[in-house]
Design a protein around this ligand. Sequence first.
Ligand code: ZN
Ligand code: ZN
Ligand code: ZN
Length: 255
Amino acid sequence: MPLVRARCRACTLPLGDPPPTALPVRCNRCGLAAAVRVAADGQPTGLDPAFTPSRLMAWLASARVAMASGSPGVAVGACTACGSPLVVSSRDAVSLPCPHCGEAVVGSGAECLVDQWTEPWTKVEGGGLELEYRLAVIEAKSGLSAGCAVCGGPTPAGDPSSTCPRCGSITWIERNGERQQLGVRIDGIRDKRPFKVLVSIVQGESLLRGDSMRGTTGRSGSSMLSATGLGCATAVAAVVLLVLGVWIAAHFAHC
Ligand SMILES: [Zn+2]
Ligand SMILES: [Zn+2]
Ligand SMILES: [Zn+2]
């Protein structure tokens, strides 16, 4: 989200006001021709960022592939048919008319659009976990690095190479004059302790897979207990019937 309300250079009114422009974007996965609504300040308006763990898992998988190819582009929303990210190339020309006077904000996708790659998030709760997962953009100038999106290998911020020596994936890209990469941030509580990490996308996917299974089992723990309790009761009843049956059979055999 832009911190300052961007204003039109021609009429000085806020660019973020309705109505938004319908930006044509084709889904790379299923081919759906979508029209994403984007305000003239570059903010896409349609994405609900509260994802389920499995939806975020798919989103992270798309980000891994996009990052490894070195062209993540600008995500502007999620496909309504298949859930995949709808992506505009960073270099594509974009024109967003001012909602008040029609004077267009013109530039490349990277300059004009507010990237949504990092907007979706999910929460994993239960089994001693209370964690939030989301993608993060890491800038090399911060000194941090998340690691290779595909193999998780180290990607030092100061490394002059932008290719992973292990698997050949792209590790850093240039955007708007900044050297960047995508990683996964996990924030919250794990086993009663604060847990805050930045990991590579592939590690983030594997942690989310494990944690969401643990969360689900932890949450349904009480119902599993009662199911086990019921199982025990049934087993005891069966044994009682069996013993009773043997006793009756023995009794009648003697008579
Ligand atoms: Zn699609
Ligand atoms: Zn204007
Ligand atoms: Zn790698």
